[in-house]
Design a protein around this ligand. Structure first.
Ligand SMILES: Cc1ncc(C[n+]2csc(CCOP(=O)(O)OP(=O)(O)O)c2C)c(N)n1
Length: 639
């Protein structure tokens, strides 16, 4: 902090905002923007959304009594200005890094983070819960949800509004409408929001006519009905009013003075107040205003001061990511089979459906942030003979669990799930880690589940899933793989067949997906047998039985939770076959893994070569210690 930020350097908590004049808040907003651009150029992170929420964060903390009053940021990728104003300014440069600030609001990080977030569209439900508590406890707290227009597309939002409108709750909802999700927003609701200009006319008309008509009951009644009609035609707020909210807006979300005026007016009103603010994603940084999708998040060094150039992502290698491999495969298969359709819940870029959407616009469905709908709409398509491919992150499929079981697996419909970001994801952290999919999928009958260990295998697995006449999931990690050659005409795999990669002795490593590479490295040094398991369901029982009978210890290794994971499946096979071969399950321990550098995190939880070997050594030592019978297996260390 230095003289570049004369106002911001004085703000260590929202209490420091209160003595400022309203006019100074405009300068403060400018300083916060400059500070974020400068800091994120060092450390990277979510960007454009945060430039759009500066005035909202200032106005809310200026006017409300936080943290006593509760602000809930939906998703939370746009809460950096809030973090800056609530005592975390000087640690912003650590955001998303190991031991640094969390990527999203987190209850364990600050008392100002009233709700832990990362997945979208939870804020109105959470706020309503808090509003009900405030009422029951007579605490008098104000509760405020800040939610984006993209997040508004999720069903949960409407479940919450439906509930809120039916009870006597006091709640303020700030709709931060920047006309963007990560990609341009989709759907009828976003078109609805777009009708903002006409509503200004309408609001003026309504306020004027109300005064004139209030003493003329018959005309008033007629006018009320006319108003309903007019509202239905031109006002974006009608939907919300029908749901029991008082709708106000649209207002300019960057006009601090206007914002404060509006907030003062509604602050103490009873019921559910929804203020519709129009903001610009990327506000104040021209390249981001022009390309808000590209600048949704930036890499360190995105702004090259020396030559004044700006590019949101770091220079990339030519190596394709797993998402790219999926995107290419989808285009190829769609070319061959016109029944193929691609579905994404608002992650068109992240899942790399861009090329597919350009080549086959009528067969590409971005359904908005609506994971449950994405799965069931795929089920409906499959019922009618289409071949739906649902591109979804491991962490977001959690949202659609019942749809997966009830709508896809029970009727055994051929829906392919391309599960991106499986395993640890790095900076996005706890809420986004794909650590549960193997466990939550494995227990569902009819599912075929594959874990990919390299680029070419990803293609083969997608092909296998596509050819399978039932639900099938292919999981692959974030980023790039070991860079193996990709055969364009990849053959499919035999379902349930593992691959013996290396014959060693005494100890067999049964590797799932991304863990194959470290296992192969270890095998060279310690002469382990290595099996590339490929299928988590069905497991290759013959292979498991065979290695169990010929080795002294089986070690399962997966980048997924140990509890209920793929290794548990191997345990079940051994138990069912009454085989007593000792087994060690290595994977993600039974805890939530924080944000940080992926390699450092994998190291910390023992999922790199060093950690896997350490766990094997610890385990074999334990075995020899607790049961002298294992003494005869002292050759464990293979030396
Ligand atoms: C359940 C869920 N699905 C998808 C995402 C990924 N995601 C993060 S931010 C975002 C866009 C949100 O748009 P909006 O609420 O309008 O916020 P903006 O980025 O425009 O400020 C998406 C799709 C998520 N966080 N949670």
């Amino acid at each position: 902090m230095n003289e570049k930020y004369p106002l911001l350097q004085q703000i260590d908590s929202p209490a420091d905002l209160k003595p400022l004049e309203e006019a100074q808040l405009v300068d403060l907003a400018q300083e916060i923007r400059e500070f974020m651009i400068h800091t994120l150029n060092q450390c990277g992170g979510h960007f454009a959304g945060n430039l759009g929420t500066v005035e909202i964060a200032i106005a809310l903390h200026y006017l409300f009594d936080t943290p006593r009053d509760r602000i809930i940021w939906d998703v939370g990728h746009q809460a950096y200005p809030h973090k800056i104003l609530t005592g975390r300014r000087d640690r912003l440069h650590t955001i998303r890094q190991t031991n640094g600030l969390a990527p999203f609001p987190s209850r364990s990080e600050s008392e100002y983070d009233t709700f832990s977030v990362g997945h979208s569209s939870t804020s109105i439900s959470a706020a309503l819960g808090m509003a009900i508590a405030a009422q029951q406890q007579k605490s008098g707290r104000k509760i405020i949800s800040v939610i984006g227009d993209g997040a508004m597309s999720a069903g949960m939002v409407f479940e919450a509004l439906n509930h809120a409108g039916a009870i006597d709750a006091n709640l303020l909802i700030i709709l931060n409408d920047n006309d963007m999700s990560i990609s341009p927003p989709v759907g009828a609701l976003s078109n609805y929001f777009a009708r903002t200009l006409s509503s200004k006319l309408y609001t003026g008309f309504r306020e004027g006519s109300k005064k004139v008509l209030q003493h003329m009951p018959t005309i008033k009644d007629f006018a009320r009905r006319t108003e309903e009609h007019l509202k239905g035609m031109i006002v974006p707020g009608t939907l919300f009013e029908e749901l029991g909210c008082t709708y106000l807006g649209p207002f300019d979300g960057h006009d601090i003075k206007g914002l404060l005026r509006t907030l003062r007016n509604v602050k103490d009103l009873p019921g559910v107040q929804l203020i519709h603010l129009i903001t610009a994603k990327g506000k104040g940084y021209e390249p981001a205003e022009k390309d808000p999708e590209g600048y949704h998040a930036v890499s360190p060094g995105f702004y090259d001061k020396d030559n004044g150039s700006s590019s949101p992502v770091a220079k990339q290698t030519n190596q394709p990511t797993y998402s790219n491999i999926f995107g290419d495969w989808l285009c190829d298969i769609a070319e061959q089979d016109e029944r193929v359709v691609g579905i994404t819940p608002a992650m068109l870029g992240g899942s790399d459906l861009i090329k597919f959407s350009e080549k086959f616009p009528e067969r590409c469905f971005d359904v908005g942030i609506a994971e449950q709908h994405a799965v069931t709409v795929a089920a409906g398509m499959a019922c009618e003979g289409l071949k739906p491919i649902v591109a979804i992150y491991s962490t977001f499929l959690q949202r659609a669990y019942d749809q997966l079981i009830h709508d896809v697996a029970i009727p055994n419909l051929p829906v392919v799930f391309a599960l991106d970001r499986a395993g640890l994801v790095g900076g996005d952290g706890t809420t986004h880690n794909g650590q549960f999919d193997l466990a939550y999928l494995r227990c569902i009958p009819n599912m075929v589940i594959m874990a990919s260990s390299d680029e070419n295998e990803t293609r083969q697995m997608l092909q296998t899933a596509y050819l399978h006449n039932g639900p099938a999931a292919v999981r692959y990690p974030r980023g790039t793989g070991p860079n193996v050659h990709i055969k364009k005409d990849a053959s499919s795999l035999m379902i349930g067949k593992a691959e013996l990669r290396q014959q060693g002795k005494n100890i067999a490593l049964l590797a799932f997906g991304s863990m194959l590479q470290p296992c192969l490295t270890l095998a060279q040094q310690y002469n382990y047998t290595v099996v590339n398991m490929r299928f988590v369901k069905p497991l290759d029982e013959n292979m498991i039985t065979q290695v169990a009978k010929t080795h002294n210890l089986l070690v399962t290794v997966e980048e997924g939770c140990i509890v209920g994971g793929a290794g548990s499946g191997v345990n079940e096979v051994l138990a069912a076959q009454q085989l007593s071969t000792p087994i060690l399950n290595i994977g993600i321990p039974d805890e939530f893994i924080p944000h940080g550098n992926t390699q450092q995190l994998l190291h910390a939880i023992g999922l790199d070569t060093e950690g896997i070997q350490r766990q094997i050594e610890q385990h074999t030592t334990t075995l020899t210690t607790i049961d002298p019978a294992f003494g005869k297996l002292a050759c464990y260390n293979n030396k």
